[in-house]
Write a protein that binds this ligand. Structure first.
Ligand SMILES: C[S@@+](CC[C@H](N)C(=O)[O-])C[C@H]1O[C@@H](n2cnc3c(N)ncnc32)[C@H](O)[C@@H]1O
Length: 319
């Protein structure tokens, strides 16, 4: 791929020239179907410009998938040759599998939930939250629908579990949440058709990653301050120990010849962990946070091992 084109959604005039058609065209484009803490959709262009220029001939791995913003952004472009997407949160990966393999059944289940929610939002929300927590081994399609439903209706679209792994976010204050977004789910399903999905912690890359693979890492961030809390993804803390493990994996994969790109917060800790690599600062709007202290724009960094990238892979723009 020579240069990644503009990331903005296509607002070109439609054949009929009306906004409805343009909106329908936009709705058919891949985009995250979940709201996710740390989601990168608003930064996709900034990050995408820093990806290898020859990505179209490489395997792209995204081991902290979350809402999958970079993956969906890439699917609007010429993208990669092969995609391997993974996350440690098993229910999240199951949801992606269901979106990929059973979109129509999923949409029907969500439509039924939407109708119930319209009738009795509060009751429906807490009943589904209880079922989601109790029936862990339930049917895949139902579980995926529950996760999407809870994501669309819970407070701030936050996925948070307690120490026992129970989803404990209260209902949000949405007037008309888009619970069954059929166009978005169908577009995501098409995009995921070519992707391999895995439930795995990031360290599976030690065995799975191959020389020449492109790996975009977007871990829960190193906290900006002692009071920030970024450990609520899967009931376990992503503390300094895991950040150190990740930095050690980054060095191992660099030596193996992988092309690495990571997002993290701009803190002295991160700069210490990735000393010797290429660190670019970018200004990031932050929308979801469990603590007010981390709301508002924050500065984050993109870390790459550019010295190990072949010449053909180096982006041609100033990036
Ligand atoms: C910042 S979010 C990723 C956001 C994503 N890039 C997006 O645009 O939505 C981090 C993700 O890492 C996952 N995660 C947390 N600990 C992990 C681990 N040890 N291994 C793999 N994934 C993990 C969480 O479940 C969460 O989905």
């Amino acid at each position: 791929m020579s240069r990644l084109p503009d990331a903005k959604p296509s607002r070109r005039p439609s054949k009929r020239g009306d906004t409805e058609t343009v909106d329908a065209e936009e709705a058919a484009q891949p985009k995250p179907f979940l709201k996710w803490a740390g989601g990168k959709w608003s930064l996709a262009e900034e990050i995408g410009q820093r990806l290898p220029a020859d990505l179209a001939s490489r395997t792209y791995r995204e081991p902290f998938l979350g809402g999958g913003a970079m993956f969906f952004w890439l699917k609007r472009r010429s993208g990669a040759k092969r995609y391997v997407l993974s996350d440690a949160l098993a229910d999240l990966v199951t949801t992606y599998e269901v979106v990929r393999d059973h979109p129509e059944e999923l949409i029907r289940t969500l439509e039924a939930l939407r109708d119930e929610h319209t009738e009795q939002a509060h009751e429906t929300y807490y009943r589904i939250r209880e079922r989601y927590n109790e029936r862990r081994a339930g049917a895949k399609i139902e579980r995926a629908a529950w996760l999407i439903y809870l994501n669309k209706t819970c407070f701030n679209g936050l996925y948070r579990t307690n120490r026992s792994g129970l989803f404990n976010v209260p209902i949000g204050r949405f007037v008309r949440p888009n619970i069954a977004d059929a166009a978005r789910l169908r577009a995501a399903s098409d995009a995921l058709g070519s992707a391999a999905l895995e439930r795995a912690p990031f360290d599976h890359l030690r065995r799975a990653a191959k020389k020449g693979d492109v790996i975009y890492l977007d871990p829960p961030y190193v906290p900006l301050s002692a009071t920030s809390n970024f450990d609520s993804y899967s009931g376990g803390a992503f503390g300094l120990e895991l950040q150190e493990e990740l930095a050690s994996l980054f060095r191992t994969l660099d030596e193996r010849g992988c092309l690495l790109i990571q997002s993290n917060s701009d803190t002295p800790e991160v700069r210490r962990l990735y000393e010797g690599f290429d660190v670019d600062r970018i200004d990031a709007p932050r929308h979801i946070s469990s603590r007010g202290a981390t709301r508002g724009p924050v500065t984050e960094v993109v870390i790459r091992n550019l010295k190990s990238w072949p010449k053909t892979a180096r982006p041609r723009s100033p990036r």
